[in-house]
Write a protein that binds this ligand. Structure first.
Ligand SMILES: O=C(O)CCC(=O)C(=O)O
Ligand SMILES: [Fe+2]
Length: 331
């Protein structure tokens, strides 16, 4: 572990819902690249085109030619277990703590971005999504700045920085399927749409960096990507499916299988969704965290920030779902 733990988080309690750490359930080996580190881009592109869509890479000191070519071609890349077990458990414990603090304080927004609370499988208040998570955790703020992520930062831009207080900050997501659940899934969307709202123009290339906390097999639901859709035209980016409404599987979608600690990078212009788990209750739990890297002028949010336009509609839907579930369950 190379993260400098802030004193206050040395004795983090175990998370309430630890992921499965079955030592016999190990991922397939990462793609062997030791002999391919000096490839010319054309050669790397030729190799990337032959790799299976589920290929897993190792994050090294810099992105390799084949990793770059795979990302260029398909719009995503998966890195094998970039965070270790104490880190995964530590982040989950921090989110448990932050959730309890927000609930105790009755806080339902951070910097204008609503925190989505619904019910968990036990009928208790449960955080489904929050932004700006790292602002509440020195542990998390230090973790996302660890040297191992430097190649990811540099991939996005030599002067890219982590936007703890910009856009939606570090976003933490939870999905669970149960009676009264706020969301077991997330419909098809591109992340580019959010940037259209923030910048009022079509975004150029943008990369979204996600950390995955649970063991998700393709049959467990989870992240689904439509490879290659990052290079589509503006029309397809906006209208290929109905943003946040279309749920149906696409025959070209690729399931992203994860082990706790995996890191994904996907192009924000590509279509993706989260498929619900076929299970119910705590067995259906999935958690992800997205780290914003920003290159534009510094535009921090604050307590005084207004709720972004794109969030207002969602928030109204989420509040309605939450209230309905509470009524149905009698909470
Ligand atoms: O949970 C995930 O991995 C995906 C979340 C996502 O696509 C989003 O919040 O925009
Ligand atoms: Fe997304």
């Amino acid at each position: 572990m190379s993260v400098p733990l802030p004193a206050a988080t040395h004795d983090l309690p175990p998370p309430k819902n630890p992921p499965s750490w079955d030592p016999t359930d190990v991922p397939p080996p990462v793609y062997a690249e030791d002999a391919l580190l000096a490839l010319a881009p054309e050669e790397a592109a030729r190799i990337a085109a032959t790799l299976p869509l589920g290929v897993r890479f190792r994050l090294r000191d810099a992105l390799t030619p084949v990793q770059r070519a795979f990302l260029d071609r398909h719009g995503y890349v998966v890195f094998d277990r970039v965070a270790d077990r104490p880190e995964v458990d530590g982040i989950l414990a921090e989110v448990d703590r932050i959730e309890a603090e927000l609930l105790a304080a009755g806080q339902r927004k951070v910097y204008g971005v609503p925190v989505w609370f619904g019910l968990d499988p036990d009928g208790k208040d449960f955080l489904y999504r929050m932004g700006f998570t790292s602002v509440y955790s020195a542990f998390l703020a230090a973790f996302v700045r660890d040297a191992r992520f430097e190649p990811i930062r540099r991939l996005i831009g030599e002067d890219a920085r982590i936007g703890d207080k910009e856009k939606d900050g570090v976003v933490f997501n939870r999905y669970v399927r149960a009676e009264g659940s706020l969301r077991p899934s997330l419909a098809w969307h591109t992340d580019a749409l959010r940037d259209v709202f923030y910048n009022r123009r079509m975004p150029g290339p943008m990369l979204n960096v996600g950390l995955h906390f649970d063991r998700i097999r393709p049959a467990d639901g989870g992240l689904r990507l439509l490879p290659g859709t990052h290079t589509q035209g503006v029309w397809s980016t906006l209208f290929r499916k109905i943003h946040f409404v279309t749920q149906a599987a696409d025959r070209r979608e690729v399931p992203v299988e994860t082990w706790p600690g995996d890191l994904t990078v996907h192009d924000g212009r590509m279509w993706h969704r989260v498929e619900a788990s076929p299970r119910t209750g705590w067995e259906s739990l999935r958690r992800s965290m997205y780290v914003p890297y920003v290159c534009d002028a510094y535009q921090p949010k604050s307590e005084a920030s207004a709720t972004p336009g794109y969030m207002r509609l969602f928030d109204a839907i989420m509040r309605w779902k939450s209230a309905r579930a509470r009524k149905q369950i009698g909470g």
